[in-house]
Design a protein around this ligand. Structure first.
Ligand SMILES: [Fe+2]
Length: 200
């Protein structure tokens, strides 16, 4: 039995969040993969945060990739629905995207995406030995004794996404993140988003 009353006023001040939905309710992941492979044939890629692997150029649209375009439209709709339901006075202003392919041993160094409001990832393919992206807490709470491996998730200093093919994950744009290398067959293929928001 508790000795004191009124202990916790609000556990949700200064929140971070991750929201996710299954886009394959609306689009076939194999179609997205087919567009991905076509882009990879013609795009030599750029070196940004990835060590090894392939990182496409950054785009806002690609008329030659109708299924990727549909995934992007669905993602914008999902984010707008979230922003409205969450009671923000924001909507999606810009969405830039790129494609990533990491085979065994490839990884993404710790980085952030600079001045964007939201970042996101849609998983097209995830090998069984591959983890998803790990997000790092960026506030000073991480320097307190609260942050240790044996506490509830809201107190911890990192969070690794359970990467599921067909799902899109959206989180605040200031979060640093990285992706560990994996060992084994296959490629991790993903569609990455940078999103800015404007006031309604
Ligand atoms: Fe990133």
């Amino acid at each position: 039995m508790r000795k004191f009353t009124n202990r916790c006023i609000d556990r949700n001040i200064f929140p971070n969040f991750i929201v996710s939905t299954d886009l394959t309710q609306h689009i076939n992941n194999e179609d997205i993969k087919s567009d991905f492979l076509k882009v990879k044939e013609k795009d030599k890629g750029i070196n940004v945060t990835n060590a090894l692997g392939w990182h496409s150029i950054v785009q806002t649209e690609d008329p030659d990739s109708p299924h990727l375009s549909e995934a992007i439209t669905l993602t914008k709709e999902f984010v707008n629905e979230f922003l409205e339901e969450e009671g923000t006075n924001l909507h999606v202003n810009t969405l830039h995207y790129w494609l990533m392919e990491n085979g065994a041993g490839a990884f993404n160094v710790v980085h952030n995406h600079g001045k964007v409001d939201l970042i996101g990832v849609y998983y097209i393919e995830v090998p069984p030995t591959s983890e998803g992206m790990t997000l790092l807490r960026t506030d000073a709470f991480t320097h307190t004794a609260f942050c240790n491996p044996n506490v509830p998730a809201r107190y911890q200093n990192s969070f690794t996404i359970d990467a599921i093919v067909g799902r899109v994950y959206i989180m605040p744009g200031h979060l640093y993140h990285y992706v560990k290398p994996f060992d084994g067959e296959g490629d991790r293929r993903s569609l990455i988003f940078n999103i800015t928001c404007s006031l309604n």
